[in-house]
Design a protein around this ligand. Structure first.
Ligand code: TRP
Length: 448
């Protein structure tokens, strides 16, 4: 069945709606929670530098690749490969993406739950007065050992995601992002200004901005690239799916550019809040795992005038940012189930949402909730395999598919249908055909 003709997929109602939805998918806990965590674990400024290069040289080209593939094929990630190369194993890459989306969904819902839980903490006055870093750590630890509460919060986030996705892309996704994302921007800027002017912020700034090249390694590059894909929502078929809802007349280049720019800007801002605050107030080492952002934000929020209001607002916005990402993550397996398994949207969202909740449980119990999962670092492993390695492999396959199978001529043509003066396409071709595959193969070789 041709989706173009039956047109049951829907299209975005306007360009701005699409940018906001794609940016809403990209901007999420990946920027505010995961980015500082991997910067801390991977040597600070040198990681930041490699990260920015990864976004510009590889992330942006791969995003354009996913959009053009999706818009051309008018399908979900599995269907897109199948349509261009029927009965070939390429579609396995689509499955890989769908599986990764599912697992990432399970723990991004956990983070959304954390944000909701922290909102409750702020309004119930837990962070009143100037708190210490030891106190913030203790709050995080206690929070995670209350298993019932953690699982209820997970369930809450999954339920909201399911509700919105079951309404379909127009009714659901668009409405949310339009209003709330600009607030997040402004609030983060205020917090960043405050954090960088704290006495003692200098050390944090130099950790964040002054590269120590002796820390550069294959692992740093792998994590930077993985983080770039995670943060930009690449390597999983989300942008293929979203691209399939875009009109032919839209300019995919400027769409990709805006998404990459806003996403990177927000991640960098988060770093400008976390590291100065961390060094100025707590002095602990930055490599402190998934709790980092949740331990550091309360420190700064408890010190700014009107911190109570800011704090409440901040965790709501983090929650919303997380939900706009989980929506996109759920949309991938859902649109697959609708197109290929012929399920109804309702059935698909309910069934997959329920499974995501089940798979989210062990991750949610990995930060102290249950000794076994904490000890094997279940969450860390899921995050590494699905939130890093699998994205990188998926993107590699996309590059090879576009570069050598579908052919970049056709891809360039697809982009040109909405951007007739696409002058820089030789650079795009170079990145997809040579640069990105070589870099990815290189880091995978060193890793495995
Ligand atoms: N990019 C989102 C974030 O930064 C998370 C996310 C949403 C994601 N969709 C994705 C990650 C697709 C990888 C692939 O929080």
């Amino acid at each position: 069945m041709d989706n173009l003709e039956t047109n049951h997929r829907g299209v975005w109602s306007s360009k701005i709606a699409f940018v906001l939805a794609a940016a809403g998918s990209a901007i999420g806990p990946g920027n505010i929670w995961r980015f500082p965590m991997v910067v801390g674990n991977n040597g600070g400024a040198v990681f930041v530098l490699v990260y920015v290069l990864a976004v510009v040289l590889i992330g942006f080209p791969v995003m354009l690749a996913e959009f053009s593939l999706g818009r051309y094929a008018q399908r979900n990630p599995v269907g897109a490969f199948e349509r261009i190369k029927p009965k070939s194993p390429w579609k396995l890459n689509g499955y890989l993406g769908i599986i990764s989306a599912f697992f990432i969904l399970s723990y991004v819902c956990m983070i959304a739950g954390w944000a909701a839980g922290y909102f409750i903490k702020v309004v119930s006055g837990v962070f009143k007065g100037e708190i210490t870093s030891q106190f913030a750590e203790k709050v995080f630890r206690d929070f995670n050992s209350d298993t019932t509460q953690i699982l209820l919060l997970l369930l809450f986030s999954v339920a909201i995601t399911v509700y919105i996705v079951s309404k379909g892309i127009k009714g659901g996704i668009e409405r949310w992002v339009k209003v709330l994302m600009p607030f997040l921007f402004i609030l983060l800027i205020v917090l960043a200004v405050y954090a960088t002017t704290l006495p003692g912020a200098g050390k944090g700034l130099s950790f964040y901005l002054k590269p120590d090249f002796s820390k550069l390694s294959g692992k740093v590059i792998l994590f930077a690239l993985g983080q770039a894909f995670f943060s930009l929502s690449l390597g999983m078929g989300i942008m293929i799916t979203y691209g399939s809802y875009v009109r032919k007349s839209e300019n995919l280049i400027s769409l990709s550019g805006w998404v990459c720019l806003s996403d990177t800007f927000i991640a960098l801002l988060a770093g400008f809040i976390i590291f100065p605050t961390l060094f100025a107030i707590s002095g602990t080492s930055p490599a402190s795992g998934p709790g980092l952002a949740f331990q550091v934000f309360p420190l700064i929020l408890s010190r700014i005038p009107g911190g109570f209001i800011f704090g409440a607002f901040f965790f709501i916005l983090l929650f919303v940012a997380a939900i706009t990402s989980t929506i996109s993550l759920l949309e991938v397996p859902v649109s697959f189930a609708i197109d290929e398994l012929k399920w109804s949207r309702k059935k698909a969202t309910y069934v997959i949402g329920f499974l995501a909740f089940i798979f989210g449980i062990p991750s949610s119990l990995s930060s102290g909730g249950m000794r076994f999962f904490t000890k094997i670092d279940f969450f860390g492993k899921v995050d590494f395999f699905f939130g890093n390695a699998s994205l990188v492999i998926n993107a590699l396959i996309i590059c090879i598919f576009l570069g050598y199978v579908w052919g970049l001529k056709k891809a360039v043509q697809e982009v040109k249908s909405g951007a007739p003066r696409f002058k820089l396409h030789p650079l795009w071709v170079f990145s997809l055909k040579f640069l990105s595959p070589v870099v990815i193969i290189f880091i995978l070789y060193f890793l495995f």
